[in-house]
Ligand binder design. Structure first.
Ligand code: FMN
Length: 338
């Protein structure tokens, strides 16, 4: 398999294996509805040839926002704008999913933060209120309602944000989860909310629509954090609950520095694939030869690119040429590729 081979999963077919990573734009209206910025931003990457776009972390609850400019999916009134975005992107040949998130203790301090335990991320954040069982149930309900809205808007798939120190990651990590009930303690307890949300969201969506999950695969550099062996176990449990792909990231739940070496998360996606779960690395993958080799060598099913696509919305078209393939620009741009 090559980077420019199609990718099929459930009812989803991508024209190639390049995925635009979710990236918050902080450009929604305060009611969480999207703006023209989102149409231009995502539309340009669809024109630029990516296989799939994952819309930025979109909040399942208003208090889960990182900023008042976050995209929301907590209200039915947010659906029409999202539906327009989906149709817009589809018109240019890309498929589109949406990342469902909740910032938990990393919410903007103007909102009431919640989390697994009353432990602040840092001095700049509020001490979250530890969720009680009713609060956890309402988080699950919020994810289900958000998944239904994503489906109603026509999204092709959803991604659960279980990384970067946000709520589901906060539950997974012993750094932020010191609960003594069934949602804390050992890995079985700490992964419980993630697995329940995955199961709930899976059953809220039609069978043909994939569910992906982004995980921070380890907490290296944070003493007491979890290890890759833990997330490989979580990935297998997620797979059993119908999650179709793990988007492999790292970090975010402690103030640690991240690597910036090209392909540094490839060993993580390779390990997830070796465990029998489809996987996609994210992080410094914006080199055409590296991305192609990742797919060809079986270390990745898909390749996820963030900043490279901010720098160049036509990254995919450029990669196609760099790999000596016939470029497939939109009709309007063909003269630039003769
Ligand atoms: C402006 C910006 C916003 C981001 N917002 C999100 C987000 O909404 N959800 C997420 O999972 N990651 C987010 N990230 C992280 C990226 O998706 C990606 O994981 C990271 O930038 C590493 O990939 P890269 O080396 O290709 O940039 C963001 C990154 C940037 C630069």
């Amino acid at each position: 398999m090559h980077l420019f081979d199609t990718f099929c999963q459930r009812g989803l077919t991508l024209r190639n294996r390049i995925v635009m990573s979710p990236m918050c734009q902080y450009s929604a209206r305060e009611d969480g509805t999207i703006t023209d910025w989102h149409l231009v931003h995502y539309g340009a990457r669809a024109v630029g040839g990516v296989g799939a776009i994952i819309v930025e972390m979109s909040q399942v609850a208003p208090e889960g926002r990182l900023s008042p400019g976050d995209v929301g999916i907590w209200d039915d009134a947010q659906v029409p704008g999202l539906r327009h975005l989906v149709e817009f992107v589809h018109a240019y040949g890309a498929k589109i999913g949406i990342q469902l998130g909740h910032a938990g203790r990393k919410a903007d301090p103007v909102y009431d933060a919640v989390g697994p335990s009353a432990i602040a991320f840092s001095d700049h954040y509020r001490v979250p209120e530890a969720l009680d069982l009713a609060g956890i149930a309402s988080i699950r309900d919020a994810y289900v309602a958000a998944a239904r809205r994503a489906d109603a808007a026509g999204f092709d798939f959803v991604e659960l944000h279980g990384a970067h120190g946000y709520l589901l990651h906060q539950f997974l990590s012993p750094l932020s989860n010191q609960r003594t009930d069934g949602y804390g303690g050992d890995l079985k307890g700490r992964q419980r909310l993630m697995l329940e949300v995955a199961e709930d969201v899976r059953s809220a969506l039609p069978e043909e629509k994939p569910v992906w999950a982004r995980l921070s695969m380890h907490e290296i550099g944070a003493p007491g954090g979890y290890q890759v062996a833990d997330t490989l176990a979580v990935a297998k449990e997620l797979r059993l609950r119908g999650v179709d792909l793990i988007d492999c990231s790292t970090g975010g739940n402690a103030q640690t520095a991240e690597d910036e070496t090209p392909g540094f998360r490839l060993p993580l996606s390779a390990a997830v694939r070796a465990a029998g779960v489809p996987a996609m690395p994210v992080g410094c993958m914006d080199h055409a030869a590296l991305a192609d080799a990742a797919v060809l060598s079986g270390q990745a099913d898909l390749v996820c690119i963030a900043r490279g696509l901010l720098r160049d919305p036509h990254w995919a078209l450029r990669a196609e040429r760099e790999l000596d393939l016939a470029a497939t620009p939109p009709r309007q741009y063909r003269r630039a590729y003769l």
